[in-house]
Structures are given as C-alpha cells and as structure tokens.
Ligand binder design. Structure first.
Ligand code: FES
Length: 87
C-alpha cells in the first residue's frame, strides 16, 4: 500500500498541488493502481518549499508532478535481465 498526502493549503495549492492531485488521480485510473491511497492534507509547516508531498513518510519538498508520479508508480519499472550462462 502506497500512502500519499498532498498539501492543499494556501502556498502549495497555488503552486501545483492541485495539478499533482489531478495527475495522481489520472495515474490511478489509467494504471488501475489499487494499492494507492491519495489524501489531501492541511499545511505541513514547510510552506516555503512548495508544493509539499509525503509518500509513505518520505517528504518531497519542491515536489515536481512528474517526479511524484514516478515515485508513486515506480516508473520506469525495473527490468530484470536474464543472462545465459555460457559453457
Ligand atoms: S501550505 Fe503547504 S506546507 Fe504550508
């Protein structure tokens, strides 16, 4: 389960937090992410570092929407390489 909190208070709201919420909603619907819980939060007390997002207790200051999505959906997925033993 991935738990995301997006600050939706004054400073963050006027600086991309709305877009982050929309983007996460889109990711959730598009990719069918059932283990993703997205919540809006009150001020986190880090207003100068807007927008602020917390993903599983990791604080993301100056959160860029694409990086939040990457962190949440763990994209790109790790590709397991298969090596064949020679000999
Ligand atoms: S407004 Fe977002 S941390 Fe204060």
């Amino acid at each position: 389960m991935t738990h995301v909190q997006v600050c939706r208070w004054k400073a963050c709201k006027s600086n991309f937090s709305e877009y982050i919420l929309k983007r996460l909603d889109g990711d959730q619907k598009r990719l069918g992410l059932r283990n993703l819980v997205v919540e809006e939060s009150m001020c986190m007390g880090m207003c100068k570092k807007w927008p602020n997002v917390v993903v599983d207790e990791d604080v993301m200051n100056y959160a860029e929407p694409a990086k939040v999505s990457e962190r949440v959906i763990k994209w790109p997925p790790k590709i397991k390489k298969k090596y064949k033993k020679k000999g």
